[in-house]
Design a protein around this ligand. Structure first.
Ligand SMILES: C[S@@+](CC[C@H](N)C(=O)[O-])C[C@H]1O[C@@H](n2cnc3c(N)ncnc32)[C@H](O)[C@@H]1O
Length: 276
């Protein structure tokens, strides 16, 4: 198979992607996916070489729409409801009750799902918070989901989910909060709008700052796509965005101790949480 992309050019565009998104692509693993994507975009844009495509991407993309296409084409968006569910239990049963007790009355509890992909992670938080029941009666809870990929954010906003995405939800919860549709499931209308979804790049300091301060940040299964320097940068962004005493939770294969030492690690059952 011959592609417009060559090995030399892979290094060039790989460096560009890394600098703008933190995503570190390895030639051995990612060449075919990126090469297919570039061939498709070149066809859509009516250009016949990598050089012309790359020129458009770097110098003629004033609105950032070509960069957005690229991000939508290369990100890995795997997610499902109740993935690593112990973390949602710790959030609802331990972290939120603790923070709720300490916080001044009238202040909302703010939670960030970064990245949220198609929305299953922040809605899993909501479902666990509703099951726990007490904190949500006493305090406003704001949940915000962000992702660099605009197609997954559009899907998250649609409140529609596949059979596969809901497979780990216990039947009683599924029946209460979802409607079965011809294709998959739709979230009950009562839950529409309970998560605020936005397209945000975690490396864009201005976009991140505009989200405000949080009490809890989930950042699961994104840092694995970054190198050490990018992980450190994002971890420090999260640190700055947390209120004092707030928590970060990472994916099971991600360890804050290998990234930065500014958080205090705590273990609740088998779940590691990191406190500012
Ligand atoms: C595997 S999904 C993880 C979703 C969810 N947190 C989970 O664990 O199920 C990784 C997501 O990270 C997003 N992502 C990658 N780089 C990003 C960046 N620089 N800023 C924001 N999101 C990013 C991708 O678009 C993708 O949807």
């Amino acid at each position: 198979m011959s592609y417009l992309l060559s090995s030399d050019n892979f290094a060039k565009i790989g460096e560009f992607i890394y600098r703008k998104s933190g995503i570190y692509l390895e030639e051995a693993k990612h060449f075919d996916k990126l090469a297919k994507f570039i061939d498709k975009r070149a066809k859509d844009l009516n250009v016949d070489s990598f050089r012309k495509y790359f020129f458009k991407l770097r110098f003629e993309d004033k609105e950032g729409s070509e960069f957005q296409e690229l991000m939508n084409g290369i990100t890995v968006n795997e997610t499902y409801f109740f993935r690593e569910k112990e973390q949602f239990e710790v959030l609802a049963n331990t972290i939120l009750p603790e923070l709720n007790k300490k916080m001044l009355s009238g202040k909302p509890l703010r939670i960030l799902s970064s990245p949220c992909s198609t929305g299953e992670e922040p809605y899993s938080m909501i479902l666990h918070i509703l099951e726990e029941g007490t904190v949500v009666e006493q305090r406003d809870i704001e949940v915000i989901g962000i992702d660099i990929d605009s197609t997954v954010i559009a899907k998250a906003k649609s409140s529609k989910f596949t059979e596969r995405s809901v497979h780990a939800i216990p039947k009683s919860i599924l029946n209460r909060w979802f409607k079965k549709k011809a294709l998959g499931y739709e979230l009950s209308e009562d839950l529409h709008g309970t998560v605020d979804f936005k397209v945000v790049n975690v490396f864009d300091k201005a976009q991140m700052r505009a989200l405000g301060k949080f009490d809890v940040i989930f950042s699961r299964n994104m840092l694995i796509y970054f190198d050490d320097a990018s992980r450190k940068e994002v971890a420090m962004t999260f640190y700055d965005m947390l209120n004092p005493g707030g928590y970060v939770l990472l994916g099971h294969a991600e360890y804050m101790s290998r990234i930065v030492s500014v958080f205090n690690a705590k273990k609740i059952d088998s779940t590691l949480i990191y406190q500012k």
